[in-house]
Design a protein around this ligand. Sequence first.
Ligand SMILES: [Zn+2]
Length: 152
Amino acid sequence: MLFYTHLMIGIVAFILTKNFFSGGNEIIFFLLVLLASVFPDIDDGKSKIKKASGIIGSIISFTFKHRGIFHSVFMALGFFLITAIFWNSYYAFAILIGYLSHLFGDMITPMGIKIFYPLSDFKIRGWIRVGGIGEWVVLFGMVILIAKELLF
Ligand SMILES: [Zn+2]
C-alpha cells in the first residue's frame, strides 16, 4: 500500500480503537498510531519514511529485506513490549495499533506479507494491487469513514 493509504488506515484504526484505551494524552496516542502506521516501510529503500529517517532508515533498508522482519507480527510485538516496559502501556498500544494497521494494509495486496517471518514463510495476501483501482477504493472508503467520524 502507498504512504497515504497507510496513513488513512491508521487514522481509521485510531477511530475504531481509541475508546478502548486510556492513561495518557490522546494527541500523543494519535500521533504514535500515525507514525507506526507508516514506520514498517522503513525497510523499503524508496519509501517516504526511510527517506525521512536519515541514516537510520538507510541502514535498516540496506540491512533488512522489504516486507521481511519489519513486516512481521514479531516486530510489532517487540515495539509494543519495549514501549510498554520503558515508557507507558497506553502509548505502547498506540504503536501496536498503528503497526498492525500497516500489516493489514499490506496483507490485502498480492505481494502479501509473511506475518510470522522469520519463523515461518506462511504468507497472507489479497488481491488489491498497490496503486491500482482497488487501492483507490480502499483509500476513498477510509476517507469517507474519517469524514463521517469528524462530521457526525
Ligand atoms: Zn509495508
